[in-house]
Design a protein around this ligand. Structure first.
Ligand code: F6P
Length: 468
């Protein structure tokens, strides 16, 4: 065991810090941006907490480092681990399988072997870091075997698991050659959290049909090797954002000035349509572009009155489905720009780059219509960030009913992104929405996002786990 034991240990694929190495080998550490680490920081620092994760580069490690009260403990991965566990089993097997098989999942035994080995590495690090009777909280689909591995190594600790992405219906999950192992891996946890009630329901029916274990309401009755029965609770805990921080940033004079500047740099159009996503095939970027292109072709939207801004942050560039998606999106963007723009008045601005938090806030404030057209999404925090940024009560949110956020954000214009005509009608409706209707809807949306923020989400999960 490591010298410092922690009462609360978070385990996730990535560490919550960015590390840069200078030419002389010295390292500097910076907390990664993001709501999850911000939400967990107070509770982790109060409980001498630790966070176990991969530092994000091959064969890279360092001594555990404490930053803002969180001890970051790296799990080093080799280039082969990354290819097989991360790009392979996590992102070319599980990711498409859990997102409605939008692209075909690939099943390879060596990827599965690597997934098991890497999960064991994370589990061992967690087991050696947790204090007697402590809590270990495992995050996401990359680590579904870790809960039972941790429980075996450390039966004294409470184990929680939260799945950030959807959990598929049994008809799809049943394809997975290692389906029973994954379910039993998850069932090592005492509490299993999902984004939507639908995901928790899918999980319980997979358990009933594929393991033969009985469920009672939200509980699953797991028979242990000694014959005793342990009950595992599965339930929905919809994740959120650090709403107050997003709201506060949008009120900063420099951000408001930048929003005005963006509008004027875009030529002061009547309507700015905005999309921002990781460049992922689950986000429905192609569907959104198709709808926009048809509206321009039919002259129901006209440049320079309207302009679209699409920010696509680079993601999983080593996975072939992501390379194909990039080619497809960029071909369509090029066609839209070429067919409908003119010098000084482009129809679309496309950025394949990460934007910093101030620029994102300014873009949200400048966007008259926010387009979230995911084909399947665990939650979609962009939708919540847009709402929290609209401190002026303006703007219209077009939101896919296949994003978890649709359960809560009922005052958005909900769309089925596969229905291109329906999507076009919603874009037009959003673009024509009166300020009065924008305010009415945005007020209701904001109430929801401000009340249900990420720290409330974290405490609700951890309090439920503590009561198990
Ligand atoms: O939403 C799932 C998720 O894996 C998050 O945990 C993560 O922040 C995001 O997608 C980006 O993925 P990656 O870590 O593969 O870049």
């Amino acid at each position: 065991m490591t010298a410092t034991l922690s009462d609360l240990v978070v385990v996730s694929n990535r560490l919550p810090i960015d590390v840069s190495v200078a030419a002389d080998g010295s390292m500097t550490y910076r907390r990664s941006p993001g709501g999850l680490v911000a939400a967990l920081q107070p509770v982790l620092s109060a409980r001498s907490g630790a966070w176990i994760g991969w530092p994000g580069a091959p064969d890279f490690s360092f001594e555990p480092v404490r930053l803002d009260g969180i001890l970051s403990i790296p799990v080093a991965l080799t280039a082969e681990d990354i290819a097989d566990y991360y790009e392979g089993f996590s992102n070319a097997t599980l990711w498409p399988l859990y997102h409605d098989v939008i692209t075909q999942p690939e099943y390879h035994r060596e990827w599965h072997e690597a997934y098991r080995t890497v999960n064991a590495k994370f589990a061992e690090a967690a087991a050696s870091s947790a204090a007697e009777g402590g809590t270990v909280w495992v995050h996401d689909y990359q680590l579904q075997l870790a809960p039972s591995m941790i429980k075996q190594l450390r039966p004294d600790v409470k184990v929680g698991f939260f799945n950030h992405i959807p959990f598929p219906p049994e008809a799809l999950f049943a394809q997975l050659p290692w389906r029973r192992e994954i379910l039993m891996g998850l069932l090592g946890a005492d509490l299993i959290g999902f984004q939507r009630a639908q995901d928790a329901g899918n999980f319980r029916s997979c358990v009933r049909r594929l393991t033969g274990l009985a469920t009672r309401g939200h509980q699953i009755l797991v028979r242990e090797s000694d014959g005793s029965v342990r009950d595992v609770l599965s339930a929905a805990f919809p994740i959120s954002i650090d709403s107050a921080a997003v709201d506060a940033r949008a009120r900063l004079p420099r951000v408001q000035a930048r929003a005005r500047e963006i509008r004027s740099e875009l030529g002061n159009p009547d309507r700015i349509l905005f999309g921002v996503d990781r460049l992922d095939y689950t986000k429905g970027i192609a569907h959104r572009l198709k709808a926009y292109e048809e509206l321009l072709r039919e002259r129901r939207l006209k440049v320079p009155g309207v302009v679209m801004v699409q920010v696509a942050s680079p993601s999983r560039v080593g996975v072939s489905a992501y390379q194909t998606l990039r080619d497809d999106v960029e071909t369509t963007v090029g066609r839209i720009a070429g067919d409908f723009g003119s010098l000084g008045s482009p129809a679309i601005h496309y950025l394949h780059q990460n934007q910093d938090a101030d620029e994102m806030a300014a873009l949200y404030l400048a966007a008259d219509v926010m387009l979230v057209t995911a084909l399947r999404d665990g939650m979609n925090l962009v939708a919540k960030e847009y709402v929290a940024s609209r401190v002026d009560g303006r703007g219209a949110l077009v939101l896919s009913e296949f994003a978890g956020a649709a359960d809560e954000l009922r005052h958005a214009l909900l769309v089925n992104p596969h229905d291109i005509d329906g999507l076009k009608a919603s874009i037009l409706r959003a673009a024509a929405m009166t300020p009065k209707e924008q305010r009415r809807r945005m007020q209701a949306l904001r109430r929801r996002v401000i009340e249900n923020d990420v720290s409330r989400w974290a405490s609700s999960f951890l309090d439920t786990l503590a009561r198990r």
